[in-house]
Design a protein around this ligand. Structure first.
Ligand code: NDP
Length: 447
């Protein structure tokens, strides 16, 4: 059968079987359509049902998370862990705590994670999890009780050689600490079952910085490969969480000027360049809102609503907040304002239509699968250190992170070239990520 028709049919039946799961269907559409050239070259992937198996998670776990708030009320949330694919290693992927979390979002993230993890060149499979719990406005004690309840169910499904979760939106060092404590208490075992741990109990130096730094390392390589760099460039970054903060830090270190950051309420614009110490104090210490930046810098401008951030004129854009935050309209605005490069720090921050606008206008585009792989990559380095009972220095980890991000860039670039899509890193990242997993699946038989 013609590979293109085969993929179209598969996408139709996927839509039938996963009704209403827009995020998951979008992610699957992007990957499956871009690997058509691979299927044309090697029919075994079709004959052995690799794609049908790839789009079906190996296991989906959904569970009740009951907890008690500070007023003594019983509260109930829903927990998820999607163990998508273990062909090349234990499931690996973050946990997200955010009210928007649903099965479609966790499946899309888990699906993307398969290819991202494969691209890192390290032996890790794909998974993702989380809850519709909203950490905003909760006390430390409430967060602890929620995390303990969440882990009281999750612990039976994970393990250092089975599934190793990490953080994501709403899950940082504090939450990982509470979950790790509960896991250890139940299992009575000190092992590397979670990554993103504190340094005093098995965490890796540079894990906190890894996704943001890794994003900038990869984008920097893409710029250099095209005769450009970050020096003196105006950069807009969305979000002000873990990824955004450390992307800002690295851009500033490379001489770029970050003029805007946001949260889900609005965005700040500082023509002089963002003062990152202030943002860290607001977000990492006080857990406050980005609007509070105005208390420190009177002439900065705050605007309600987060979409408007893409109307700010910039050379390079790094969306680092959440999925679908840049639509086609925002992408057109970026292009008309002269943006020449965009790197996805968040997972799928661009809609498929927005992606097309950038590619049609020859904007250098680094897709999330490649660009934000630094977090999971450093998590895998944390796993290695845990197995060896060793801690590497910050410089050692950072050096490996940089080398591997540069590697990812060239793997994606070369795969795109080999299959006739020179310059298209979306196709290149999908193909390079797919091949390793698909070949492992072929070798392991129909399982
Ligand atoms: P954080 O929770 O630390 O920060 C998220 C930031 O995005 C916050 O500023 C948050 O604002 C903002 N945000 C969240 N939801 C929305 C929304 N619906 N609209 C606008 N802004 C929003 O998360 P991370 O920085 O860890 O993650 C950011 C992105 O990067 C996610 O897509 C995540 O999947 C991806 N990622 C993260 C990795 C990691 O290592 N942490 C690894 C790879 C990818 P507010 O505080 O108001 O909610």
């Amino acid at each position: 059968m013609d590979a293109k028709v085969y993929v179209e049919n598969l996408l139709c039946s996927l839509e039938q079987n996963n009704k209403g799961e827009k995020e998951f269907l979008d992610a699957a559409t992007e990957v499956l359509t871009s690997i058509v050239p691979v299927l044309e070259k090697d029919k075994r992937y079709i004959e052995e049902g690799v794609l049908e198996r790839l789009v079906e998670p190996e296991r989906v776990i959904m569970f009740r998370v009951p907890w008690i708030d500070d007023n003594g009320n019983v509260r109930v949330n829903r927990g998820y862990r999607v163990q998508f694919n273990s062909a090349i290693g234990p499931y690996k992927g973050g946990l997200r705590f955010h009210p928007s979390v649903n099965l479609s979002i966790i499946k899309f993230l888990g699906f993307e994670q398969i290819f991202k993890n494969s691209l890192t060149s390290l032996p890790i499979g794909g998974g993702k999890g989380g809850s519709n719990f909203d950490p905003k406005g909760k006390s430390d004690r409430e967060i602890m009780r929620f995390c303990q309840s969440f882990m009281t169910e999750l612990y039976r499904h994970i393990g250092e050689n089975v599934d190793v979760p990490a953080g994501d939106i709403g899950v940082g060092g504090r939450e990982i600490g509470y979950m790790y404590g509960q896991y250890k208490r139940i299992r009575d075992s000190f092992d590397g079952v979670l990554t993103g741990k504190g340094l005093s109990y098995g965490g890796s130096l540079a894990r906190t910085e890894a996704t943001g730094y890794g994003l900038v390392y990869l984008v920097d390589e893409m710029l250099r490969d095209n005769g450009k760099d970050f020096k003196d460039k105006t950069v807009v970054i969305s979000g002000s969480g873990n990824v955004a903060i450390y992307a800002t830090e690295k851009v500033q270190a490379l001489g770029g000027k970050v003029v805007a950051l946001s949260d889900s309420s609005g965005y700040i614009y500082d023509k002089d360049g963002i003062n990152l110490d202030v943002v860290k104090e607001i977000k990492e210490v006080k857990r406050g809102r980005i609007k509070e930046y105005l208390n420190y810098k009177k002439d900065a401008v705050y605007t309600e609503g987060c979409k408007g951030i893409w109307s700010i004129k910039c050379d390079i854009a790094l969306p680092c907040a959440t999925q679908n935050e840049v639509d086609a309209k925002s992408a057109k605005l970026l292009v008309s304002n002269g943006v020449f490069a965009l790197g996805e720090g968040a997972n799928m921050p661009l809609t498929l239509e927005a992606q097309k606008v950038l590619l049609d206008n020859n904007v250098l585009f680094a897709p999330a699968k490649a660009a934000n792989a630094g977090g999971v990559l450093t998590s895998a380095l944390e796993m290695s250190q845990n197995s060896q009972r060793l801690s590497w220095t910050f410089e050692e980890v950072d050096k490996k992170l940089k080398e591997l991000m540069v590697n990812i860039y060239y793997n994606a670039k070369n795969a795109a070239k080999e299959y006739g899509y020179e310059g298209n890193l979306v196709v290149g990242a999908n193909i390079a990520g797919f091949l390793k997993v698909a070949d492992a699946m072929l070798a392991q038989g129909i399982v």
